[in-house]
Design a protein around this ligand. Structure first.
Ligand code: GLN
Ligand code: ZN
Length: 690
């Protein structure tokens, strides 16, 4: 049972007043928080949405203020336990812990997390005693936020909560995931939890903690050895050896490293993949069998599944490409350095492009209307030819170029009609990637993604986006941006192979994209956007690991893609969620000329940080929240732009909506864009008037 954070915080009455004041039904109030609300009289923006730790799953950020009054107003979890009982299932109850709830929430109006501890603990106590009376095997409290760096004050909040909460409860498991819990481990094992869940996948250091500080024999160790974030079978021999290195007499219960929300349901119905690949697949359902196998091998001395597993790993063969491997071994510093420096390029580009102040553009995609999907489906099902498919998309490009010209946007895009998904599309054109039929994973709400699988060395055999970009470029006098997905995002949103280092796979992707960038440039595309929406989300949870374990290879991977272009080719990048205030220098280090990012839900908090950190890259903070069906008024956008202009150097500002227009209707998109362009023109003329 997963309790999403927003359900849970709503059940505890953590609902900002502005939503309560709408006087809606509970369900509508819930939707208003998630999607925003608009009627003839009132407009309320949605709560911000963030990535769930280092995953591609999203959560809605609960908000605490001085007015927040915690009490139990919803009984979702109780109802779910009752339902399980009625079905004769003796279940484990799972709920998000108070520490993580506090850590992931936003505190406004000077409210502080500490002020809510008592009320929160007494609400949890009530909830726990109600659950205790039900027929549950264990109560699992998830505290993934213990994998972050913990300050002294964090530790004291944790201790305060659990010293109070655990009274009278004998069957509570503390479940952690997405990393090790080195900052709090010693406190955790002293507390009367019935069991503790540790992640042995991303939290390899948890093995060291146990060896160093011991694990009490009276507790169960929920050993998260099966990777909950990738889809390959586990190497049993390695896993068993790791566990054998732990002290004896630990009561080990086999577990996945995290929730199975992050992998697809079952590989049972994958019928098109080669047999050698298929036998290595393990989706959620198959992982349950693996848990059972490991338990049999380790706890019951039943070795039968071990032999088969050893054989699979002995025989595994990933397709290799010598040419790509040679290119990588010949790379040197200059392959990662773009010249001249950014400020010189900025002058050259301004002179050449002659764009107006506050140039307007979009992030790339336009609505994927039903006819676009139908066309793609027909092509996939062999009902139309390649030509028919391409011609349909060309008509779409013609139409959207015209519409953008009429809207009077400054830098146009071709609309990305040929793309099902920004990663899957590139994967399909690159060697080394393979695809499932049903491997869907939830991203947010009803939105899902179907990540490609990286099975072999990655290489590009022919241009990918060239035709559509050049076609669009030839239809207009305005500038048209070429549109690529960056190497780190392609990697992070795929299920990667595990036999070579991730740095190696990412370099292979970068080289393929470098060829694409140079082809676009050679064919007259003057602005190229390389999207990296997933760069931030995979940042290690611990700050000390940010560079050494991630940015030190992720940033060069991006630079490798574009460092060879001419000074007058403008490189854009794009990121989702304005959550990268803490890595602004690293973002500047990507050495792009312009970055657009999603900003409108987060109240522009990033803007101040841009100034503090003397951010150099030109910026386009999104002025229209596309996750909400609400159309922003011209006035509203004008005010946002004025705010930007009052804070940032005018010459460095771009005006664009947030990303994801493809998920909205055309009506909503066009009307919003019209308001954006008109608002920009107003501000421009004010600026010129001054
Ligand atoms: N260019 C992509 C689009 O507009 C970017 C998507 C994203 O940021 N997730 O769809
Ligand atoms: Zn985005």
């Amino acid at each position: 049972m997963i309790i999403y954070l927003i359900f849970h915080s709503n059940a505890l009455n953590i609902i900002p007043k502005r939503y309560k004041d709408l006087n809606l039904s509970k369900l509508d109030e819930y939707f208003a928080q998630a999607r925003g609300y608009q009627d003839d009289n009132q407009t309320v923006r949605a709560l911000p949405m963030k990535k769930w730790f280092n995953t591609n799953y999203h959560y809605i950020v609960p908000e605490f203020s001085k007015e927040t009054k915690i009490e139990i107003t919803g009984k979702k979890i109780i109802k779910e336990i009752d339902e399980a009982n009625e079905l004769g299932i003796n279940s484990k109850a799972v709920l998000i812990g108070p520490y993580t709830l506090l850590k992931l929430s936003r505190f406004i109006d000077g409210a502080k997390p500490e002020e809510f501890i008592n009320d929160l603990v007494s609400a949890y106590k009530n909830l726990l005693s109600e659950i205790k009376d039900k027929n549950v095997t264990r109560i699992q409290i998830d505290e993934p936020a213990l994998s972050f760096d913990l300050t002294e004050s964090d530790k004291s909040i944790f201790n305060q909560i659990y010293d109070d909460l655990l009274n009278n409860h004998k069957n509570i498991i503390l479940q952690t995931y997405f990393g090790d819990i080195r900052d709090i481990y010693q406190d955790v094992i002293k507390k009367p939890f019935a069991g503790v869940g540790l992640d042995f996948n991303e939290g390899q250091y948890n093995y060291e903690l146990i060896k160093k500080y011991w694990f009490p024999e009276d507790k169960e160790l929920y050993a998260g050895v099966i990777n909950g974030k990738n889809i390959w079978i586990n190497n049993y021999e390695k896993t068993i050896n790791n566990l054998k290195s732990l002290p004896e007499n630990i009561d080990i219960i086999f577990n996945t490293s995290c929730s199975l929300l992050h992998v697809p349901y079952s590989s049972r119905n994958e019928n098109v993949l080669d047999a050698d690949v298929k036998q290595h697949l393990s989706f959620a359902i198959e992982k349950l069998d693996e848990l059972n196998d490991l338990d049999q091998i380790f706890n019951h001395n039943n070795q039968s599944s071990l032999k088969n597993n050893q054989k699979l790993f002995k025989e595994i063969k990933h397709p290799e490409n010598d040419n790509v491997r040679d290119r990588i071994s010949n790379l040197s510093g200059k392959d990662y350095t773009r010249l001249p420096v950014r400020s010189e390029r900025e002058a050259i580009q301004k002179d050449k492009f002659k764009l107006p102040l506050l140039p307007t553009t979009t992030i790339g995609s336009f609505p994927q209307t039903n006819d676009v999907r139908v066309n793609r489906r027909k092509f996939k099902n062999n009902q139309i030819t390649q030509d028919e498919y391409d011609n349909f998309n060309k008509k779409k490009i013609e139409r959207i170029i015209k519409i953008q010209e009429e809207l009077d946007l400054d830098v146009l895009v071709h609309g990305e009609y040929e793309r099902n998904d920004m990663v899957e599309y590139f994967g399909e054109k690159l060697d080394g990637f393979i695809f499932t039929q049903n491997g869907w994973v939830q991203s947010y709400g009803t939105r899902g993604v179907k990540p490609p699988l990286i099975w072999g060395d990655v290489s590009r055999n022919e241009p990918i986006t060239l035709d559509s970009s050049v076609y669009a470029n030839n239809l207009t006098k305005k500038l048209v941006k070429g549109m690529l997905t960056g190497p780190v995002t392609i990697f992070n949103w795929s299920f990667p192979r595990e036999d070579i280092k991730r740095e190696e796979t990412v370099s292979q992707i970068s080289l393929a994209l470098q060829d694409e960038v140079l082809d676009l440039e050679a064919n007259g595309i003057k602005i190229i956007q390389i999207d990296e929406p997933a760069l931030r989300e995979n940042l290690p949870l611990r700050k000390t690991d940010w560079f050494s374990k991630y940015l030190d290879w992720a940033i060069p991977a991006f630079r490798l893609v574009h460092s060879k272009v001419q000074p007058d080719t403008q490189i854009h990048t794009h990121m989702c969620y304005s959550e990268f205030g803490d890595i602004l220098n690293a973002i500047d280090d990507l050495d792009a000329d312009v970055i657009s990012f999603e900003a409108s839900r987060a109240d522009f908090t990033l803007i101040n940080q841009l100034i503090e950190d003397k951010f150099e890259t030109e910026v386009g903070p999104g002025v229209y929240d596309i996750h909400s069906p609400r159309i922003p008024t011209e006035k509203e956008i004008e005010q946002l732009i004025e705010k930007l202009v009052s804070k940032l150097p005018t010459g460095k500002i771009w005006i664009n909506p947030d990303c994801g227009l493809k998920t909205r209707s055309e009506e909503e998109s066009f009307e919003s864009l019209r308001n954006i362009v008109d608002a920009t023109k107003k501000v421009r003329s004010e600026l010129h008037g001054n």
